[in-house]
Design a protein around this ligand. Structure first.
Ligand code: HPA
Length: 247
């Protein structure tokens, strides 16, 4: 039986039928995770929740202690992570409020502590990252979306930018030429740290705005928050079905 954790997405620890069992406030060799981990039960299955940006939401993407978060989940024997990430839409089908399950990413972040393999090594390690997201978990999410009749996009490339500012129009044009479909700030180094710990990891992206220059609108927090609120119901449905399918 796999042990499942969900990272991110305030609102997710409020799934109907979900029972909160415990909170784990812990430390790791890499520092403290963003918040205590919430242990829950859903249809008899234990699911852990970790809010990436803290509770309340105060830690910006470039300041998240990704190593502490992943280490804490690993210490709790997690073998599968579904990460929920708010993203901007670049290509045509990546419309606001749509869920995207990316299959690739390009990492544009810098200066983030991004590996557990840095010091006191007995050997140098290079993880295989050809497929940055777990195909099996992605497929389970895609199947759950079909069962729930959610109109999601089942592939795409996620550009991971440093933030916390949003992009310029020229940067988004370059990201599109590079082959990216969505842009966000949080999939790296989360995905590669999960791979270092041999945890299966998939991303559930929720498009919360058109990327810079892709619409006539200025991107405001109001637009982002409204779409986040509107799309969170679909994310809740998708994740509930994904977990129920594990029964
Ligand atoms: N760019 C980067 N990160 C984001 C965006 C965006 O447009 N929307 C939500 N997260």
């Amino acid at each position: 039986m796999s042990n499942i954790a969900i990272i991110g997405g305030s609102g997710l620890s409020k799934l109907p039928g979900l029972e909160i069992i415990n909170k784990i406030d812990m430390d790791t060799p890499w520092g403290k995770p963003s918040a205590p981990i919430t242990v829950t039960k859903f249809h008899g299955i234990e699911v852990l929740f970790l809010p990436r940006h803290g509770n309340p939401h105060t830690i910006p993407p470039h300041k998240v202690n990704y190593r502490a978060n992943l280490w804490a989940l690993h210490e709790n024997n997690i073998s599968e992570i579904i990460a929920v990430n708010a993203v901007g839409g670049i290509t045509e089908t990546m419309t606001p409020c749509r869920i995207v399950i990316p299959d690739q990413l390009i990492d544009y972040t810098h200066s983030r502590p991004d590996s557990f393999h840095e010091e006191n090594l007995s050997e140098v390690k290079h993880i295989d990252f050809t497929q940055p997201y777990s195909d099996s978990l992605r497929q389970q999410l895609i199947d759950a979306a079909a069962i729930s009749e959610l109109d999601i996009v089942s592939t795409g490339t996620y550009a991971v930018t440093q933030g916390p500012r949003l992009e310029t129009t020229a940067e988004v044009i370059r990201l599109e030429k590079d082959g990216n479909d969505i842009v966000g700030m949080t999939s790296m180094p989360e995905a590669s740290l999960a791979r270092e710990l041999e945890i299966d990891y998939a991303c559930c992206g929720l498009v919360v705005n058109w990327a810079a220059g892709k619409s006539d609108e200025i991107i405001t927090m109001e637009i982002i928050e409204n779409n986040l609120r509107e799309g969170m119901g679909q994310i809740q449905t998708l994740i509930s079905t994904f977990i129920k399918n594990k029964e």
